[in-house]
Design a protein around this ligand. Structure first.
Ligand SMILES: C[S@@+](CC[C@H](N)C(=O)[O-])C[C@H]1O[C@@H](n2cnc3c(N)ncnc32)[C@H](O)[C@@H]1O
Length: 230
Protein backbone atom coordinates (compact mmCIF):
# COMPACT_ATOMS: atom_id res chain seq x y z
CA UNK A 1 0.00 0.00 0.00
CA UNK A 2 1.47 3.38 -1.02
CA UNK A 3 2.28 5.69 1.90
CA UNK A 4 0.60 8.56 0.09
CA UNK A 5 -2.72 6.69 -0.10
CA UNK A 6 -2.54 5.83 3.60
CA UNK A 7 -1.80 9.46 4.46
CA UNK A 8 -4.77 10.68 2.38
CA UNK A 9 -7.15 8.09 3.91
CA UNK A 10 -6.03 9.09 7.41
CA UNK A 11 -6.45 12.78 6.60
CA UNK A 12 -9.93 12.20 5.13
CA UNK A 13 -10.99 10.84 8.53
CA UNK A 14 -10.19 14.23 10.09
CA UNK A 15 -12.26 16.21 7.56
CA UNK A 16 -15.71 17.19 8.85
CA UNK A 17 -17.24 17.17 5.37
CA UNK A 18 -16.10 13.66 4.34
CA UNK A 19 -18.49 10.77 4.99
CA UNK A 20 -17.33 7.16 4.81
CA UNK A 21 -20.20 4.96 6.00
CA UNK A 22 -19.66 1.23 6.52
CA UNK A 23 -20.63 -0.46 3.27
CA UNK A 24 -21.69 -4.00 4.27
CA UNK A 25 -24.98 -3.06 6.03
CA UNK A 26 -25.87 -0.95 2.98
CA UNK A 27 -25.05 -3.78 0.55
CA UNK A 28 -27.16 -6.17 2.62
CA UNK A 29 -30.05 -3.67 2.52
CA UNK A 30 -30.00 -3.38 6.32
CA UNK A 31 -29.08 0.30 6.50
CA UNK A 32 -29.38 3.63 4.74
CA UNK A 33 -27.16 6.67 5.27
CA UNK A 34 -28.43 10.23 5.68
CA UNK A 35 -31.27 9.39 3.28
CA UNK A 36 -33.60 12.41 3.26
CA UNK A 37 -31.29 14.26 5.68
CA UNK A 38 -28.56 15.88 3.58
CA UNK A 39 -30.09 19.34 3.53
CA UNK A 40 -30.71 19.74 7.22
CA UNK A 41 -28.13 17.50 8.88
CA UNK A 42 -25.15 18.15 6.57
CA UNK A 43 -25.59 21.51 4.85
CA UNK A 44 -28.02 23.16 7.29
CA UNK A 45 -30.15 24.74 4.56
CA UNK A 46 -32.65 23.91 1.84
CA UNK A 47 -30.50 24.92 -1.10
CA UNK A 48 -30.46 22.73 -4.22
CA UNK A 49 -28.28 19.62 -3.99
CA UNK A 50 -25.98 18.67 -6.88
CA UNK A 51 -24.12 15.34 -7.02
CA UNK A 52 -20.97 14.46 -8.93
CA UNK A 53 -20.97 10.66 -9.23
CA UNK A 54 -17.55 9.07 -9.81
CA UNK A 55 -16.10 12.45 -8.86
CA UNK A 56 -12.40 11.40 -8.83
CA UNK A 57 -10.54 14.44 -7.46
CA UNK A 58 -13.79 16.43 -7.40
CA UNK A 59 -13.10 19.18 -9.93
CA UNK A 60 -16.79 19.69 -10.75
CA UNK A 61 -17.85 19.49 -7.11
CA UNK A 62 -15.40 22.19 -6.05
CA UNK A 63 -15.47 24.23 -9.28
CA UNK A 64 -19.26 24.55 -9.22
CA UNK A 65 -19.32 25.19 -5.45
CA UNK A 66 -17.03 28.21 -5.93
CA UNK A 67 -19.40 29.68 -8.49
CA UNK A 68 -22.70 28.77 -6.78
CA UNK A 69 -22.50 29.43 -3.03
CA UNK A 70 -26.26 28.99 -2.75
CA UNK A 71 -26.23 25.40 -3.99
CA UNK A 72 -24.83 22.36 -2.17
CA UNK A 73 -22.38 19.97 -3.86
CA UNK A 74 -21.61 16.36 -2.96
CA UNK A 75 -18.85 14.39 -4.68
CA UNK A 76 -19.26 10.60 -4.56
CA UNK A 77 -16.51 8.08 -5.29
CA UNK A 78 -15.36 4.75 -3.89
CA UNK A 79 -11.73 5.96 -3.90
CA UNK A 80 -11.13 8.29 -0.97
CA UNK A 81 -7.51 9.02 -1.91
CA UNK A 82 -8.83 10.60 -5.13
CA UNK A 83 -11.39 12.97 -3.64
CA UNK A 84 -8.93 13.86 -0.85
CA UNK A 85 -7.72 16.63 -3.20
CA UNK A 86 -11.16 18.23 -3.56
CA UNK A 87 -11.90 17.72 0.14
CA UNK A 88 -8.65 19.41 1.18
CA UNK A 89 -9.04 22.29 -1.27
CA UNK A 90 -12.66 23.01 -0.33
CA UNK A 91 -11.77 23.01 3.37
CA UNK A 92 -8.81 25.33 2.82
CA UNK A 93 -11.02 27.71 0.83
CA UNK A 94 -13.73 27.67 3.50
CA UNK A 95 -16.40 26.42 1.07
CA UNK A 96 -19.26 25.39 3.34
CA UNK A 97 -21.38 24.03 0.48
CA UNK A 98 -19.18 21.00 -0.32
CA UNK A 99 -19.08 17.45 1.02
CA UNK A 100 -17.72 14.09 -0.16
CA UNK A 101 -19.15 10.61 0.26
CA UNK A 102 -17.10 7.44 -0.14
CA UNK A 103 -19.28 4.61 -1.32
CA UNK A 104 -20.21 2.36 -4.24
CA UNK A 105 -22.63 4.09 -6.58
CA UNK A 106 -24.44 0.78 -7.28
CA UNK A 107 -26.10 1.33 -3.88
CA UNK A 108 -26.82 5.04 -4.36
CA UNK A 109 -30.53 4.66 -3.54
CA UNK A 110 -29.58 3.95 0.09
CA UNK A 111 -28.33 7.53 0.36
CA UNK A 112 -31.04 9.79 -1.06
CA UNK A 113 -34.80 10.03 -0.67
CA UNK A 114 -37.45 11.17 -3.16
CA UNK A 115 -36.93 14.70 -4.55
CA UNK A 116 -33.74 15.19 -2.51
CA UNK A 117 -31.42 15.90 -5.45
CA UNK A 118 -31.63 18.58 -8.14
CA UNK A 119 -28.81 17.71 -10.54
CA UNK A 120 -26.24 15.02 -11.23
CA UNK A 121 -22.90 15.35 -13.01
CA UNK A 122 -21.33 12.21 -14.51
CA UNK A 123 -17.79 13.20 -15.37
CA UNK A 124 -15.73 10.79 -17.47
CA UNK A 125 -17.36 7.76 -15.86
CA UNK A 126 -15.69 4.41 -16.56
CA UNK A 127 -17.12 3.48 -20.01
CA UNK A 128 -17.72 -0.25 -19.18
CA UNK A 129 -17.80 -1.37 -22.85
CA UNK A 130 -18.69 -5.01 -21.96
CA UNK A 131 -21.72 -3.91 -19.94
CA UNK A 132 -24.29 -3.79 -22.73
CA UNK A 133 -27.25 -3.78 -20.32
CA UNK A 134 -25.75 -0.79 -18.51
CA UNK A 135 -25.89 -2.35 -15.06
CA UNK A 136 -22.49 -0.98 -14.00
CA UNK A 137 -22.30 1.93 -16.48
CA UNK A 138 -23.10 5.09 -14.51
CA UNK A 139 -24.30 6.83 -17.70
CA UNK A 140 -26.84 4.14 -18.67
CA UNK A 141 -30.62 4.39 -18.58
CA UNK A 142 -30.56 1.52 -16.06
CA UNK A 143 -28.54 3.75 -13.70
CA UNK A 144 -30.55 6.87 -14.55
CA UNK A 145 -33.75 5.14 -13.45
CA UNK A 146 -32.15 4.69 -10.02
CA UNK A 147 -31.18 8.38 -10.01
CA UNK A 148 -34.76 9.25 -11.00
CA UNK A 149 -35.99 7.80 -7.68
CA UNK A 150 -34.35 10.70 -5.83
CA UNK A 151 -34.09 13.45 -8.48
CA UNK A 152 -36.72 16.18 -8.41
CA UNK A 153 -39.11 16.13 -11.41
CA UNK A 154 -37.42 18.31 -14.02
CA UNK A 155 -33.99 17.53 -12.54
CA UNK A 156 -30.93 17.33 -14.75
CA UNK A 157 -28.29 14.75 -15.56
CA UNK A 158 -25.12 16.09 -17.19
CA UNK A 159 -22.74 13.70 -18.92
CA UNK A 160 -19.26 14.86 -19.89
CA UNK A 161 -17.19 12.19 -21.63
CA UNK A 162 -14.45 11.47 -24.15
CA UNK A 163 -15.79 8.12 -25.33
CA UNK A 164 -17.87 8.20 -28.57
CA UNK A 165 -19.68 4.98 -27.57
CA UNK A 166 -20.81 6.44 -24.23
CA UNK A 167 -21.99 9.60 -26.01
CA UNK A 168 -23.89 7.77 -28.73
CA UNK A 169 -25.43 5.31 -26.29
CA UNK A 170 -26.70 8.21 -24.15
CA UNK A 171 -28.32 9.85 -27.20
CA UNK A 172 -29.97 6.56 -28.13
CA UNK A 173 -31.09 5.47 -24.64
CA UNK A 174 -32.39 8.86 -23.44
CA UNK A 175 -33.60 10.19 -26.78
CA UNK A 176 -36.15 7.40 -27.16
CA UNK A 177 -37.80 7.37 -23.76
CA UNK A 178 -40.53 9.73 -22.67
CA UNK A 179 -39.26 9.71 -19.08
CA UNK A 180 -36.23 11.71 -20.27
CA UNK A 181 -35.48 14.40 -22.80
CA UNK A 182 -32.16 15.48 -24.21
CA UNK A 183 -31.83 19.25 -23.83
CA UNK A 184 -28.40 19.76 -25.28
CA UNK A 185 -25.60 17.71 -26.74
CA UNK A 186 -22.38 18.19 -28.65
CA UNK A 187 -19.64 15.75 -29.73
CA UNK A 188 -16.67 18.17 -29.46
CA UNK A 189 -17.49 21.02 -27.10
CA UNK A 190 -14.16 22.89 -27.24
CA UNK A 191 -14.34 23.20 -31.01
CA UNK A 192 -16.60 26.24 -31.35
CA UNK A 193 -19.54 25.12 -29.17
CA UNK A 194 -18.59 26.39 -25.68
CA UNK A 195 -17.41 29.78 -27.02
CA UNK A 196 -20.88 30.69 -28.26
CA UNK A 197 -22.60 29.94 -24.92
CA UNK A 198 -23.40 32.43 -22.13
CA UNK A 199 -20.57 33.35 -19.76
CA UNK A 200 -22.21 31.12 -17.12
CA UNK A 201 -22.22 28.02 -19.32
CA UNK A 202 -18.70 28.78 -20.52
CA UNK A 203 -17.57 28.71 -16.88
CA UNK A 204 -19.43 25.46 -16.22
CA UNK A 205 -18.30 23.53 -19.26
CA UNK A 206 -14.73 24.84 -19.12
CA UNK A 207 -14.11 23.11 -15.78
CA UNK A 208 -11.59 20.40 -16.77
CA UNK A 209 -11.33 17.23 -14.72
CA UNK A 210 -8.13 15.26 -14.21
CA UNK A 211 -9.16 12.53 -16.66
CA UNK A 212 -10.50 15.05 -19.14
CA UNK A 213 -7.18 16.89 -19.19
CA UNK A 214 -5.35 13.60 -19.86
CA UNK A 215 -7.66 12.67 -22.72
CA UNK A 216 -7.50 16.16 -24.27
CA UNK A 217 -3.70 15.94 -24.28
CA UNK A 218 -4.05 12.66 -26.22
CA UNK A 219 -6.21 14.46 -28.80
CA UNK A 220 -9.57 13.02 -27.68
CA UNK A 221 -12.68 15.23 -27.89
CA UNK A 222 -14.91 16.14 -24.97
CA UNK A 223 -18.58 15.34 -25.49
CA UNK A 224 -21.49 16.70 -23.46
CA UNK A 225 -25.11 15.58 -23.02
CA UNK A 226 -27.71 17.32 -20.82
CA UNK A 227 -30.76 15.20 -19.98
CA UNK A 228 -33.91 16.42 -18.27
CA UNK A 229 -35.73 13.87 -16.12
CA UNK A 230 -39.55 13.99 -16.16
C1 LIG B 1 -12.35 7.52 -15.08
S1 LIG B 1 -12.46 8.10 -13.42
C2 LIG B 1 -13.07 9.75 -13.62
C3 LIG B 1 -12.80 10.58 -12.40
C4 LIG B 1 -13.19 12.07 -12.51
N1 LIG B 1 -14.61 12.23 -12.66
C5 LIG B 1 -12.47 12.72 -13.63
O1 LIG B 1 -13.10 13.03 -14.65
O2 LIG B 1 -11.24 12.94 -13.50
C6 LIG B 1 -13.87 7.23 -12.82
C7 LIG B 1 -14.09 7.41 -11.31
O3 LIG B 1 -15.29 6.77 -10.94
C8 LIG B 1 -15.08 6.02 -9.75
N2 LIG B 1 -16.03 4.91 -9.80
C9 LIG B 1 -16.21 4.04 -10.83
N3 LIG B 1 -17.20 3.17 -10.55
C10 LIG B 1 -17.65 3.50 -9.32
C11 LIG B 1 -18.66 2.97 -8.47
N4 LIG B 1 -19.38 1.93 -8.85
N5 LIG B 1 -18.86 3.56 -7.28
C12 LIG B 1 -18.12 4.60 -6.88
N6 LIG B 1 -17.13 5.15 -7.64
C13 LIG B 1 -16.91 4.61 -8.83
C14 LIG B 1 -13.64 5.60 -9.79
O4 LIG B 1 -13.15 5.34 -8.49
C15 LIG B 1 -12.98 6.80 -10.45
O5 LIG B 1 -12.54 7.75 -9.51
Amino acid sequence: MGKDKLRKWAENKTFPHVFEPELMPIIRGEATFKKGEWHQSVFGNNNPLVLELGCGKGEYTVGLARRYPSKNFLGVDVKGHRFHKGAKESLAEGLNNVAFLRTRIEFIQAFFGPDEVDEIWLTFSDPQPQDKAGIRRLTSKFSALKYKSFLKPGGLIHIKHDNPGVYEMALEEFGNDERFSIEEHHPDIYNGYVDQLSEEWQYILNIRTYYEQMWLEEGRKTKYVRIRVH
